[in-house]
Design a protein around this ligand. Structure first.
Ligand code: OSB
Ligand code: MG
Length: 376
C-alpha cells in the first residue's frame, strides 16, 4: 500500500526559450501545474500538460487546478492506493479532466517506482535503453528562417522533423523543405485546422513523401479522417482525437489513421497510455510519444513511456535546452549525436527535481493533507 500524506499543487510560470507557434496560436511562456506527493518520507512528482487556454483540449491549468483541489485530490487521499494503476478506478466517477487525472496518476507511478526501487521505465514495462528523438518545429516568420532551424536540428542529430502547418504555411513550405532535403524523415501537424473542402490540397501532399500527416481535421473526429485516409497514400496520425484505448480501437477499425501519437496527459495517465500502446501494438499500428512543451518532470515521464516496445517512431521528446534556458531537473535532458535520449536506469524518474528553482518560479500553491491515519 502507498500511504499518501499530502498532495501539493503549485503553479509555476516559465518563459519558453523560443516562442512556439501552431495553427491555434503562439505560446511564449507557460503556466504549469505541478503535483508533488508526500509519502512516508518520499516525494514524487507529476506535471499537468493542460495549457493556459482551452485550444489544444478543453482543459486548462485553471480547470485542472479546481478539479484536482475539489475532486481528484480528496479522492486520492481517501483511497487505498496500491499502485499507479489503481488511479483509474479511484478517479472513475469523474468524467473527462484527463490531463488533471494524469498529473496525479503519474505522480503515483513515480512514487511506486521509488518504493519498489526500480526505474519508472522498468515499472511501465519499458524495454528500450535509448529512445529515438524527433523535433516539432513551430510556424516561422519566413521559409529561410525555417530552413535555418531545420539545419540546426539535423546537425544536432534529430531523426525526424515535424513541421507545424496551417493554410498559407503548408504546400509551399513542404516544397521548399523537400527541395533542400529530398530524403529526410519529414512529417506535418495541422492541429485540426483543415476541413473537407481542403481535401484536394491535402491529397496533393502525397508527392512530398511525408512519414505522416498529423490531425488535419476536427479535434474530435474519426469519421472524416477515415474518408480522407481512403484518398491518401500518406498515413494519417491521430493526436487530439485519441482520448483512450476505445478511441484507438475505433480509429484503427475505421482506418482513420495508420499511426497514433500517444500523449500521456491527453489519455489520462500512464495506465491508459499503456492500454493505447498495447492495442496499437496488437494491430501492428506504430506509436510515438507526443510532447506538450513539458518541463523536465513531464519530459522524464515521457522518456520512461517511450521506452515501451511499440514506440518505434521518433517522438516529440527532445532536449530541455530547446524549451528552457534552465530546466527544473538535474541533469537536463540531452540528446546524443545519433538523435537519441538514453533511458535512465536509476530508481524512479532518474532526474533530480530542483526544488529551489521550482520555489523561485512558483506563483500559487495549495496543500491537501490526508486525514490522520488510524493505526491498529
Ligand atoms: O500537437 O503535438 C502537438 C505543443 C503544444 C500543443 C500541441 C502540440 C505541441 C507540439 C510540441 O507539437 C511538441 C513538443 O513538446 O516539442
Ligand atoms: Mg499534434
Amino acid at each position: 500500500m502507498l500511504h499518501i500524506d499530502a498532495i501539493h499543487l503549485r503553479e509555476i510560470n516559465m518563459p519558453l526559450a523560443h516562442p512556439f507557434e501552431t495553427s491555434f496560436g503562439m505560446t511564449t511562456s507557460r503556466r504549469i501545474l505541478l503535483i508533488e506527493l508526500e509519502s512516508e518520507g518520499l516525494t514524487s512528482w507529476g506535471e499537468c500538460v493542460a495549457g493556459e487556454h482551452p485550444y489544444f483540449s478543453d482543459e486548462t491549468i485553471d480547470t485542472a487546478w479546481i478539479i484536482t483541489e475539489a475532486e481528484l485530490g480528496p479522492r486520492l487521499l481517501d483511497a487505498d492506493v496500491e499502485r499507479g494503476g489503481s488511479c483509474a478506478k479511484i478517479f472513475g466517477q469523474i468524467r473527462g479532466h484527463r490531463m488533471a487525472k494524469a498529473a496525479l496518476e503519474n505522480a503515483v507511478w513515480d512514487l511506486e517506482a521509488q518504493v519498489k526501487r526500480v526505474s519508472l521505465s522498468e515499472l511501465l514495462g519499458g524495454t528500450r535503453s535509448v529512445i529515438p528523438c524527433g523535433v516539432s518545429i513551430g510556424i516561422q516568420s519566413s521559409i529561410p528562417h525555417l530552413i535555418d532551424k531545420i539545419e540546426t536540428e539535423l546537425a544536432a542529430g534529430y531523426q525526424r522533423i515535424k513541421l507545424k502547418c496551417k493554410p498559407g504555411w503548408d504546400t509551399n513550405v513542404f516544397e521548399a523543405v523537400r527541395n533542400r532535403w529530398p530524403d529526410i524523415t519529414l512529417s506535418c501537424d495541422a492541429n485540426s485546422v483543415y476541413r473537407m473542402r481542403d481535401l484536394n490540397c491535402i491529397v496533393d501532399w502525397d508527392r512530398f513523401n511525408l512519414l505522416m500527416i498529423e490531425q488535419p481535421l476536427w479535434w474530435d473526429d474519426f469519421y472524416f479522417h477515415s474518408l480522407l485516409q481512403k484518398r491518401l497514400e500518406t498515413p494519417l496520425c491521430l493526436d487530439e482525437s485519441i482520448r483512450n484505448r476505445r478511441d484507438a480501437l475505433a480509429a484503427i477499425a475505421m482506418e482513420s489513421c495508420g499511426i497514433i501519437n500517444i500523449k500521456v496527459g491527453r489519455v489520462g495517465g500512464f495506465s491508459e497510455a499503456i492500454g493505447v500502446h498495447n492495442i496499437a501494438e496488437e494491430r501492428a499500428v506504430p506509436v510515438w510519444c507526443g510532447g506538450m512543451l513539458e518541463t523536465g518532470i513531464g519530459r522524464s515521464h515521457n522518456i520512461a513511456l517511450s521506452s515501451l516496445p511499440n514506440f518505434t517512431l521518433p517522438g516529440d521528446v527532445s532536449a530541455s535546452s530547446r524549451y528552457w534556458s534552465q530546466d527544473i531537473i538535474e541533469p537536463a535532458v540531452t540528446v546524443n549525436d545519433k538523435g537519441e535520449i538514453v533511458v535512465p536506469t536509476a530508481v524512479g524518474r532518474g532526474f533530480e527535481v530542483q526544488r529551489d528553482r521550482i520555489d523561485a518560479l512558483t506563483v500559487r500553491r495549495q496543500t491537501l493533507q490526508a486525514k490522520a491515519r488510524v493505526t491498529a
